[in-house]
Design a protein around this ligand. Structure first.
Ligand code: GLC
Length: 718
């Protein structure tokens, strides 16, 4: 059956209900009870059409899908197959690191392969659409959802978005699923880092920094877009015609499915933008929103709006057709159960192959923030005191763990045992609560520390201290964790801290106290093996942060691609007091760790910086190149970064912008030349007249290991 034919056979009521998304649980019982229970109770839907909705969400398990779909089709008159959508954010059943970690790998291929793995696992459970990638640009680590973003840079976020879309969607084959980029738009701009809070910025900032990653996903062929809870220019995204119809569809040419976030249509009433659900339905349809997730505005009021001539049947047809075309592409009209396979799912999910890839992901995402030389540890170490609230727990696999199971997560203790057997000893030391004052376990840990050669402290956050609705006004390490660290240091100077967190923490004190800090983020199902492999140099750290770590929360928002201001504080004066500059009385401007920063066990030497010409015509390209040599003792990977600064513009321009990166692997002593091609497109920005153009003038170029690199050449665009 073709989409148009199915549409032609639908009544108006069936079309309207096709725009509704219900939770899968609605269809796991056939006695109708859960249609009016739980989150469904507020839906007040007409029971006659409950089996005519178009899509379902929140599903985990092949058998669950089979049961729900069978019940659905048995109950449905028209039997237009629904598709199942799921938050496959950093893995489905095998979890890999949170996305802020995967971004730190600076490895497009890795991001792609991890998404492809997640797609296969999800497709075997009957999932057809992933509500991912989340590409919201972030600048405030108080926001809980920084964990699922790729960080503060538009270009890097866009590269990771495109890689993830292609990983999920592939050639839309059996083991592929459709991707749904979110949250359109600028959800990461929530004031004070408080979830669902006001977003307010100029159109130029929106277009220059926040929109490019969504466009990168659209250009990569993403099948769906999810609109965000927040307002843009005073209007909630769910009903924002300028944002959704004018920009996303008309300007960017996106003709796929747009879905709301959970009950976000109805929340336009809470925003104070709509009087009632009827007005919500009107604004959403005018904005060309297709699917309403878990609120009833369309179901209850579209027909009335059509009868009043406010909405046309064609608008409804267009929305239904976009959904039916997606279903056609997914092949569910031929086979409603698509790729679901209970036996294959059980065999493949969390199997050795997927664990191995998740482990590589965790190893390559980790960032070595500090190392006085204590790392890596020798595998011949006599004894290791493994201490801390994150040392012996599976609850370090990340907040969007959807199908992941805690008891399948390799704990750090298990990971260490896999390498040094019973030479690792464990003590908890303190609990993970951010407000804990319980010091009763410290003495036992200190005693163990005094008896062992080296101590590894697993500190940080619980995985539910980040993620949706998990924002923090204080992003310091809890005092009790510092107390534990200080007491251990009193009896043993050989201390390594493995940090598990879903965000950049304000850890200046940790940076002072700890001889070494390895940031594991929330590493996923293979957490413990990855951590142990990195500590013992079975794997070499190569991650680099994509979101600035502030010295103190007071510096936030702090990000590398900022404007210079009219009174810049010069870098050489960073620790000096220079009044009447853009600076603080009590703190340097520089962050604790800057964008693009991360250490290795080896050293890389950058030399022979070149730029192919000093002038560039608009139809030409230039090449910036550098030689990178591994001058250390370990074969390792390095994320080489390329930045450009537009020195003068009709509006102010950032001090530098990432325009390229390449992850290379060098053997000991090996040297490679890395090249970046400069194009006119790369130089375009939203100028004073809000045209997206490149302006003539001087540009500086930078290549380096992090965003602190200095310009080594310049060219003139003529
Ligand atoms: C949540 C999130 C969104 C998710 C959706 C479905 O509220 O904002 O990212 O995809 O609801 O779970």
């Amino acid at each position: 059956m073709k989409a148009q034919e199915i549409l032609n056979g639908m009544t108006l009521d069936e079309k309207i209900y096709h725009l509704v998304q219900m939770t899968t649980m609605t269809y796991l019982k056939t006695d109708g009870t859960n249609i009016v229970t739980g989150p469904n109770s507020r839906m007040q839907l007409d029971k006659e059409y409950i089996y005519e909705v178009g899509t379902l969400l929140n599903l985990v398990g092949a058998q669950t899908m089979i049961d729900a779909l069978t019940n659905f089709l048995n109950g449905s008159k028209k039997k237009v197959t629904p598709v199942f959508m799921q938050d496959v954010i950093h893995g489905h059943r095998t979890l890999y690191p949170i996305n802020l970690g995967v971004a730190a790998s600076f490895n497009r291929e890795l991001a792609h392969d991890l998404a492809a793995m997640a797609a296969k696992e999800a497709s075997l459970d009957g999932v057809s659409v992933a509500f991912a990638p989340m590409v919201d640009l972030v600048r405030d680590p108080r926001w809980g959802r920084v964990m699922e973003s790729s960080g503060e840079d538009p270009y890097l976020n866009g590269e990771m978005a495109a890689a993830t879309v292609k990983g999920f969607q592939g050639d839309m084959g059996k083991y592929n699923i459709a991707a749904c980029v979110k949250h359109y738009a600028a959800y990461g701009g929530a004031e004070a880092g408080r979830d669902y809070n006001t977003v307010d910025m100029s159109e130029r900032t929106l277009r220059q920094y926040y929109l490019p990653p969504y466009k990168a996903a659209v250009d990569a062929g993403v099948k769906m877009v999810m609109t965000a809870f927040n307002i843009v220019d005073g209007v909630p995204c769910s009903g924002n015609k300028w944002l959704v119809k004018d920009i996303l569809r008309d300007e960017w040419g996106f003709d796929g499915v747009v879905i709301s976030d959970y009950s976000a249509f109805e929340e336009m009433i809470d925003h104070g933008n709509c009087q009632d659900r009827k007005e919500c339905a009107y604004l959403a349809m005018e904005a060309t929103e297709d699917i309403e997730m878990m609120s009833p505005c369309y179901a209850l009021y579209l027909k009335e709006l059509i009868n009043e001539g406010k909405i046309t049947i064609k608008q409804v047809d267009d929305a239904v057709l976009r959904i039916l075309k997606l279903k056609e592409e997914l092949g569910v009209f031929e086979n409603p159960y698509r790729s679901v396979n209970v036996e294959e799912a059980a065999r493949v999910q969390v199997g050795p192959e997927h664990r191995a890839l998740a482990r590589c992901g965790a190893e390559e995402s980790a960032v070595l923030l500090k190392n006085n030389g204590i790392l890596p540890l020798s595998k011949d170490v006599k004894s290791v005191a493994l201490i801390g609230p994150n040392a012996n727990t599976g609850e370090i696999h990340g907040s969007w763990h959807c199908g992941g199971k805690i008891d399948e997560t390799i704990t750090v203790l298990e990971g260490f045992k896999n390498i040094i057997g019973d030479r690792v000893k464990y003590a908890k030391g303190c609990d993970i609560l951010y407000n804990s004052t319980d010091e009763s376990m410290i003495d036992e840990a200190v005693k163990l520390a005094s008896e062992c050669e080296v101590c590894v402290l697993c500190l940080g956050e619980h995985q539910e201290y980040s993620g949706e609705g998990n924002c923090r006004a204080n992003i310091e390490l809890p005092e009790v964790q510092y107390k534990l660290l200080e007491k251990v240091l009193e009896v043993n100077k050989n201390v390594v801290v493995a940090l598990f967190a879903g965000r950049p923490l304000a850890i200046s004190k940790l940076d002072e106290l700890a001889p070494a800090i390895l940031d594991m983020w929330m590493p996923g199902t293979e957490a413990g093996n990855a951590c142990a492999n990195l500590i013992f140099a079975n794997a070499i750290p190569s991650g680099k942060i994509t979101m600035t770590f502030p010295r103190e929360l007071g510096q936030v928002p702090i990000y590398y691609n900022a404007y210079r201001t009219g009174r810049p504080k010069l870098e050489e004066d960073d620790f000096n007091r220079v009044r009447f500059t853009s600076s603080y009385l009590d703190m340097p401007n520089s962050p604790l760790y800057p964008f693009g920063y991360g250490l290795s066990y080896t050293d890389f030497e950058y030399s022979d910086f070149k730029l192919s010409a000093s002038k560039m015509k608009r139809d030409e390209t230039l090449v910036a190149s550098v030689k990178v040599k591994n001058v250390g003792k370990y074969k390792a990977k390095e994320a080489v970064q390329f930045y450009i600064r537009d020195v003068v513009g009709s509006v102010v321009r950032p001090m530098k912008e990432l325009k390229g990166f390449e992850k290379i692997e060098l053997d000991i002593g090996e040297e490679k030349t890395v090249e970046f091609t400069i194009t006119e497109d790369m130089l375009k920005f939203w100028n004073k007249d809000m045209d997206f153009v490149a302006e003539n003038g001087k540009f500086e170029v930078f290549i380096g290991k992090d965003s602190r690199c200095k310009p080594y050449a310049s060219f003139e665009l003529v």
